[in-house]
Design a protein around this ligand. Structure first.
Ligand SMILES: [Zn+2]
Ligand SMILES: [Zn+2]
Length: 129
């Protein structure tokens, strides 16, 4: 892996994301990091998030066209609330294995990873109704 420059900005972003499994958006990461680095711009936060996911230190998840970020790098799936866009990690080796197995039928692309999204309504949203 190429050498990564750990700037203050990157360290703050990584600190915020560490152990944070809520899959925050750029907006949320910006809101948190800005408390420490008051002069940082949202564009800079976004660029750093993109950079860190390209380097494989965090992962980008796209839900309803919105980029969200998470520290969990192990293969997993997502259950997404259709109402509030909350994302829950769902780990299932069986599902991963089974999906990769059936993906062998795809000839055009040699599939090596899979991420399945499940959609529904979360407990919080169900309670409101
Ligand atoms: Zn919800
Ligand atoms: Zn996740």
């Amino acid at each position: 892996m190429a050498e990564i420059k750990y700037t203050n900005q990157r360290i703050e972003i990584l600190n915020y994301l560490e152990g944070n499994y809520t899959h925050p958006s750029v907006e949320q990461v910006y809101g948190a990091v800005r408390k420490k680095l008051t002069r940082i711009s949202k564009a800079t936060v976004y660029q750093n998030l993109k950079f860190l996911s390209e380097k494989g230190l965090i992962r980008e998840v796209n839900v309803k066209g919105v980029s969200r970020f998470e520290p969990m790098l192990e293969p997993h799936h997502h259950a997404i609330c259709r109402n509030c866009s909350r994302i829950i990690d769902f780990r299932s080796e069986d599902l991963t294995e089974c999906s990769l197995n059936s993906a062998k039928k795809i000839k055009e692309i040699k599939v090596d990873s899979v991420n399945i999204n499940f959609y529904g309504i979360c407990a919080k949203c169900r309670a409101v109704k």
